[in-house]
Structure formats: C-alpha cells, structure tokens
Design a protein around this ligand. Structure first.
Ligand code: GRF
Length: 207
C-alpha cells in the first residue's frame, strides 16, 4: 500500500514530532509515515525521540555552514530519502524563498497562535504567548498552514481555538495550546496532505 513519505524539521523538544509518531501508532496518520527527521540544533530532544523510534535523523547547523550549503544539505537528504512533503515542527530556522518555492504547497508549519495574530518575525515559542497575554486576549489557539516565502504567511489549513484564563502564564498557555491544538491539528493536516499525495501517486501509476 503506497503512503506519503514525510520529513520533519525540528529544533527543540519535539513534542509535535511525537504527536505525529503517536498518530501513526493510533492510525490517525495512516497514509503518511515519518521517514526522516532533520534538526538545526545539536542535541535537541527531538533527535532523541527520532532515535527512539528508529527514524533516520540528521543535524545541520546553519550558523556553521551558512544558508545555501544548509539548504543544499536539506535538499540532498530529501531527495535521497524520496520525501514527498515536509513538516516544520518547532523548527526555528527560516527557509529561503527559493527553497519554499521548490516545495510549494509541500511544506506544513504549526504556529502557536490564531494567525494573523501574534505571528511573523520574532514571534516564536513563549514570546507568542507572552504577547497574547500582554494584549489581554480571551482566546488563543494554534494554526497549521502551508509555508511560502513569508514567515507564517502561507495558506491556512486548520485552526483550533483554546481558552485563555486570568491566571495564565506564558508557560500554562503554551502547554494548553500544544496539548489541545497543536498536537491535534498537525497529525490531521499531515493525514490530509498524505491522502492527497497517495491519490496523486495512484493516478500516476495508473497511466
Ligand atoms: C512549540 O511552542 C510550538 O508551538 C512551536 O515550537 C515549540 C516547540 O515545539 N511550533 P516542539 O515541542 O519542539 O514540537
């Protein structure tokens, strides 16, 4: 049975990667399979999660090799592993317009707010939630979207609302959004794109 081959780019704890791996086990993600994990941060726990699940993983440090060699390495790994699409899961490196154009509508990102609020340059990790709490929002949530040349700017795929409580800190809000929104939406979006790619593969095999 054909399936979509997925690469996940990570930088941190890898809880979104774990949500994808758990979704494969539970059958929520049954048309796609994480075949490759690439990190831009040495020793991040996401790499340990990949290793524990027996998934091929690599680490390329953009600061050390520069943007163009970094993306050349990414593309080499994606090609060698026949990857169909990419998921950015807590990935902090910005990809060039050239790279995202080459993977147009084949890169998915999860952002911990309801885009277009609290997104774009400088809005990542806890900073997103601090800004939301400072603004006094009553709801927040997560967005899964396609990646294009603009930071957090591509077409929105799914969004999920999460309540904000008076006593919330950036940390309590972050974990609620991860649990109730990010870890739900990302596998759903991965399955949806996987189904589309499997259909395309089956059609091209029929020809
Ligand atoms: C989370 O805040 C997530 O919203 C954002 O990156 C952070 C770390 O994610 N996308 P992970 O635990 O490394 O998946």
């Amino acid at each position: 049975m054909s399936y979509a081959r997925i690469a996940v780019f990570v930088s941190g704890g890898g809880t979104n990667l774990q949500a994808l791996l758990d979704a494969q086990k539970s059958g929520i993600l049954n048309k796609g399979k994480v075949e490759l994990v690439i990190s831009d941060r040495e020793g991040c726990y996401a790499l340990e999660r990949a290793e524990k699940s027996g998934i091929k993983s690599f680490c390329f440090i953009k600061k050390q090799i520069g943007q163009s060699l970094f993306e050349q390495k990414l593309n080499e790994m994606l090609k060698v592993n026949n990857i169909d699409f990419i998921i950015l899961a807590g990935f902090l490196s910005i990809l060039s317009a050239e790279f995202t154009k080459a993977w147009d509508m084949k890169i998915i990102n999860v952002h911990p707010s309801l885009i277009p609020s609290f997104c774009g340059d400088g809005y990542y990790g806890l900073k997103v939630h601090s800004a939301a709490l400072e603004r006094g929002v009553k709801i927040s949530g997560a967005t899964v979207h396609y990646v294009n040349g603009d930071v957090d700017g591509g077409p929105i795929i799914f969004q999920k609302v999460v309540p904000v409580y008076k006593k919330d800190t950036p940390e309590t809000l972050q974990i609620r959004i991860m649990k109730k929104a990010e870890w739900v939406l990302l596998p759903k979006a991965a399955q949806q794109l996987s189904q589309k790619i499997v259909k395309q593969k089956e059609k091209s095999n029929e020809k």
